[in-house]
Design a protein around this ligand. Structure first.
Ligand code: DGY
Length: 317
């Protein structure tokens, strides 16, 4: 009998789903929003494997329904949406997809750095809304990226990919909250030093109990008032109300945000998302056709390996 693989979306990028269909009975969740915990439990019942997004909350109570479940494959680097300890306690292998999305996510982080620092979203908006009427030399003034100092909070594969791009912009790079020492691209410093001396601070740590609200009012206050904060990691790492207060008080130049406390989220009327010095995107860090297809392929490969009694390719650490 073919194994059953539950998938929490009706469609996926690339051809991974077709490959899965040749090997297993694929049970697709028909909606394109996160299933509720009860719906997830129904979907899991009798399934041998689950392919779900990090935003699908898979906690211990949900996992109880997965009596046959052997592998839970996440097509993402992050795995904060899954109770990994509870899964392990049930003998379920959890896998993620490192190594295939860091360059694309670093591109996005750099796009946010450029857009926020140069005020490009507000400038484009003026043009699109018929308000480009002046030709003054003192209009649309942003801050330079070339030659600025970049502070990377977290220096894993995405942080290092951002550092490689920064070198081309003549930026000096420092990093913190990583076991990685100084290297040719970046110098290891304390969090305090990084916050107080960086022109751009970019977040690249996973969301854990230790990193929740790592950047709050005190940390924002210790940054330069001309600094830009970029978050392509997880919304929970940053205290969003403290960020809004800092921007409103002129204690921070700008922010580029791809991730939020609540996702998805309606930006209309949201004071943080509508702030003129905030560039906000709907969690698209890894969203290119090729990268998303690679993420699904790796998740599918992990499922096929485990269900064939082979070791997973990329189990979560
Ligand atoms: C990741 O890989 O964790 C990205 O945020 C996509 O969810």
């Amino acid at each position: 009998m073919a194994p059953i693989v539950a998938v929490t979306r009706p469609t996926l990028p690339g051809t991974g789903l077709e490959r899965l269909g040749q090997f297993a009975e694929v049970r697709l969740w028909p909606d394109d929003v996160n299933p509720t915990p009860d719906q997830l439990r129904d979907l899991l019942t009798g399934a041998d494997a689950l392919l779900c997004q990090n935003s699908d909350r898979v906690d211990a109570a949900v996992l109880e329904a997965g009596e046959r479940l052997r592998v839970l494959a996440l097509p993402s680097a992050g795995y904060d949406g899954t109770d990994v300890a509870a899964a392990r306690a049930r003998g379920i292998i959890v896998t993620n997809t490192p190594g295939v999305l860091h360059e694309t996510t670093a591109d996005l982080a750099f796009a946010l750095i450029l857009m926020a620092r140069r005020g490009l979203l507000a400038a484009a908006d003026r043009l699109r809304t018929g308000r480009w009427t002046e030709t003054r030399l003192d209009a649309y003034l942003g801050l330079d990226v070339t030659g600025a100092s970049l502070g990377l909070i977290g220096y894993g594969e995405i942080g290092q990919a951002v550092a490689r791009r920064a070198v081309g912009f003549g930026m000096t790079v420092q990093h913190t909250l990583s076991r990685k020492p100084d290297d040719a691209l970046s110098r290891a410093v304390s969090l305090d030093k990084l916050l107080s001396t960086s022109d751009v601070v970019s977040l690249h740590v996973p969301l854990t109990e230790q990193t929740r609200h790592l950047i709050g009012a005190a940390e924002l206050a210790s940054m330069k008032p001309t600094a830009t904060l970029v978050n392509t990691a997880r919304g929970g790492v940053l205290d969003e109300s403290a960020l809004l207060a800092a921007l409103r008080a002129g204690r921070l130049h700008s922010a580029g945000l791809d991730v939020f406390d609540r996702e998805p989220r309606n930006g209309v009327g949201d004071p943080l998302l509508e702030h003129e010095r905030v560039v906000a995107l709907p969690h698209v860090g890894s969203a290119t056709e090729a990268t998303r297809a690679r993420m699904i392929d790796l998740a599918v490969d992990n499922i096929i390996a485990v269900l064939n009694d082979k070791p997973p390719l990329t189990p979560v650490p």
